[in-house]
Design a protein. Structure first.
Length: 306
């Protein structure tokens, strides 16, 4: 690997590794991992749609809504009969309020966050344009869209690995994190996650960083042929998104013919494939209802022109 500069400011995450600076030699061959929305001589738009797992919280919110209505009926029915004391009654209303907040948060997370939060790499201007949607843990707070601009010469990259046990399974994820630093230093001004995927190996995010660096420094010449991410929302693609081996379409056939490594995952997850398909149904509904990302006209023109 090429010699690295001093480390960036810590992120207080489980583990991270600095990646080579733009212009340095990369140890991985460039690969966009099918996450590109647009690619031409002026700009590259990278999708971040797969970094936010949609659909699962929507299903939980539907179940929670049904339980919310049922539990409210139980509380109301218990008031005239005086089956419970006022302390238990207050506790019941408190639990109802907590559940309501959780349901509102889940619906807002799934239906208010845009279907994608793309990042545009403009090689003519040497800038990055980031579409961000800021949300908080407060389900009734203000969530808003913000736009950021990074100078390419001041961008640094890291791989972040997070591990944890959720009570039933040990999970690991890798993320490609881009930091915008003060000129000539490693003092971080801002950070964004460009790519994050549960279970993805670190080699994938290194290959994506190599692709972005190659494009910004050398253009399209020498880059491998890249299949862009489909922009339409198709039922089969969403329904079988988490268990694509069953997808009867051309995309499913391509997945089954792509190699043998994924078959290990398919065999291990076979007992849970009905849940995967249910998750896919929720994903399709959310992708139909969630808004498209809309750039302000002035930023849209600047980010797509030289």
């Amino acid at each position: 690997m090429a010699k690295k500069t001093s480390r960036l400011e810590p992120q207080h995450r489980h583990w991270y590794e600095d990646l080579p600076l733009p212009g340095e030699d990369m140890e991985k061959k460039p690969n966009l991992e099918g996450e590109g929305n647009e690619l031409n001589e002026i700009y590259l738009e990278v999708s971040r749609a797969s970094s936010t797992l949609k659909g699962f919280l929507f299903l939980l919110a539907l179940v929670g809504s049904g339980f919310l209505v049922w539990y409210l009926g139980v509380i109301i029915d218990s008031i005239p009969s005086r089956q419970v004391g006022w302390r238990l009654l207050l506790l019941g209303f408190f639990a109802e309020g907590v559940l309501l907040a959780a349901v509102v948060y889940a619906f807002r997370f799934e239906l208010c966050i845009p279907r994608d939060r793309p990042v545009r790499f403009n090689r003519k201007r040497k800038k990055m344009y980031i579409y961000e949607y800021k949300w908080t843990w407060n389900p009734f707070g203000r969530w808003k869209t913000v736009f950021k601009v990074f100078d390419w010469d001041n961008v640094r990259a890291e791989i972040v690995r997070e591990r944890g046990f959720n009570g039933t399974a040990y999970l690991e994820s890798h993320a490609l994190v881009l930091s915008h630093c003060e000129p000539g230093t490693n003092k971080v001004i801002d950070r964004i996650d460009l790519y994050r995927m549960l279970g993805s190996p670190g080699s994938e995010v290194k290959a994506m960083w190599a692709y972005c660096c190659h494009y910004m420094e050398q253009g399209l010449e020498g880059l491998p042929e890249t299949k862009l991410r489909p922009q339409d929302v198709q039922f089969a693609r969403c329904f079988f998104a988490h268990y694509p081996v069953l997808n009867p379409t051309k995309e499913g056939a391509e997945y089954r013919a792509s190699g043998w490594l994924h078959w290990i995952y398919d065999v291990l997850m076979f007992p849970a494939f009905p849940l995967m398909l249910l998750w896919g149904l929720g994903y399709y509904i959310v992708m139909r209802l969630a808004p498209d990302p809309v750039w302000p006209p002035e930023i849209d023109r600047e980010s797509t022109s030289g």
